[in-house]
Design a protein around this ligand. Structure first.
Ligand code: PA5
Length: 357
């Protein structure tokens, strides 16, 4: 599909999505509700009580939930949280660390390596997976294992890969009020999906409109450090994995000290950049000002600038609403390129080659 009018053809959009990415997106509010129930029924040993730090270890679609957790918990719990996307764990991990090992497939080698190190260090481990080696190992080692349903891509399982970890933190008394946050979140997602569903025509569908702007261009997503940074990275990753296209991201205010200078040359390539500004009511007022000035600097140089605003009061709703829009954009971009969003051939190839060696 490469005619923008085709985004109004339901038949063609669906034919382009045999793996059911749109269906998984539609079901995200229900996934979040189910994920809360799954997390709440997880038995957490009492010795997991007072922890001094939290580490989430995982990669790709299984790591992004950790980033949400980090931003959400940083506001609420007085302990540091880091997301580890590596084979090795930081040296500070010890018996006072609560460590979530997250892998949807359960077979990602970096996560299995980090899990083994966490076990050696005596960390309080919780595994979150659909199965694979991680489930086998963690069950064998006697750690709590949260098992989430199979059948979707890890990047379409963000609810499953985030919310149970928050439920565990609530059980441990590190956060509270999760049900209220989730009630707002699912309400907003339900309203957004009505506006962004394939049946909604381009003229009324923000996600289809942004996908049309991305088509044939290089998306550059700008978020804000400590808040929408995670969403910017997620939008970029979704354009890569679902749209099979390049995209880049950066954050304010850092980009005002380097990237913003790079808008003079090469003019032909700069004209191919499609910029997205992710805006949140909670952004520092000086950062909001920086975004406005930056927009002025680059307008007329880049192909276009789109501003997307978060929705809701709670931090979870604000971050997740922006994420949800980007997820839909990436699937419509895949439709425009005539590509099935689900398979990730290059990731599979890498994993296979690494397994052979
Ligand atoms: O979205 C994807 O398919 C990837 O980003 C995977 O999440 C990543 O390769 C890690 O795999 P897993 O989530 O199974 O640990």
């Amino acid at each position: 599909m490469n005619n923008l009018n085709d985004l109004n053809s339901l038949e063609r959009i669906k034919a382009n999505d045999p793996g059911g990415m749109l269906d998984a997106l539609w079901k995200m509010p229900e996934q979040c509700e189910e994920a809360l129930a799954i997390g709440r029924k997880t038995e957490i040993p009492s010795k997991y009580g007072s922890v001094s730090n939290i580490v989430v270890t995982g990669l790709g679609g299984s790591a992004i939930g950790g980033d949400f957790l980090r931003l959400y918990v940083t506001d609420k719990a007085g302990i540091p949280v880091i997301v580890n996307r590596d084979y090795n764990l930081p040296a500070f991990v010890d018996s006072k660390t609560l460590l979530f090992a997250v892998s949807y497939s359960g077979n990602t080698e970096e996560t299995l390596s980090a899990y083994a190190q966490a076990r050696e260090k005596g960390a309080r481990i919780v595994a979150l997976t659909n199965g694979g080696k991680l489930r086998q190992l963690a069950e064998g080692d006697g750690y709590p294992v949260i098992v989430v349903p199979a059948g979707i891509s890890p990047r379409a399982a963000t609810g499953y890969l985030l919310i149970p970890t928050l439920a565990v933190l609530e059980k441990l008394g590190l956060i509270s009020g999760l049900a209220v946050e989730l009630e707002e979140l699912t309400r907003i997602l339900r309203s957004l999906r009505e506006q962004m569903q394939p049946e909604a025509p381009v003229e009324q569908n923000t996600a289809k409109q942004i996908a049309a702007r991305f088509y044939g261009k290089i998306p550059v997503i700008w978020g804000v450090g400590g808040s929408t940074e995670v969403v910017a990275m997620r939008w970029k990753g979704q354009v890569n994995e679902n749209g099979k296209a390049p995209a880049y991201w950066n954050i304010f205010p850092e980009l005002n000290h380097n990237e913003i200078v790079g808008f003079e040359e090469p003019t032909a390539l700069l004209g191919q950049l499609e910029i997205v500004l992710l805006r949140d009511t909670d952004d520092h007022p000086r950062v909001q000002k920086r975004m406005d000035i930056s927009k002025d600097i680059i307008k007329g140089v880049v192909s276009g600038i789109t501003e997307v605003r978060s929705q809701g009061e709670g931090r979870l709703s604000r971050l997740f609403s922006l994420t949800y829009i980007g997820d839909y954009v990436s699937v419509y971009l895949a439709a425009l390129y005539g590509i099935d969003p689900t398979p990730v051939r290059n990731i599979d190839y890498l994993k296979q080659k690494l397994a052979e060696s």
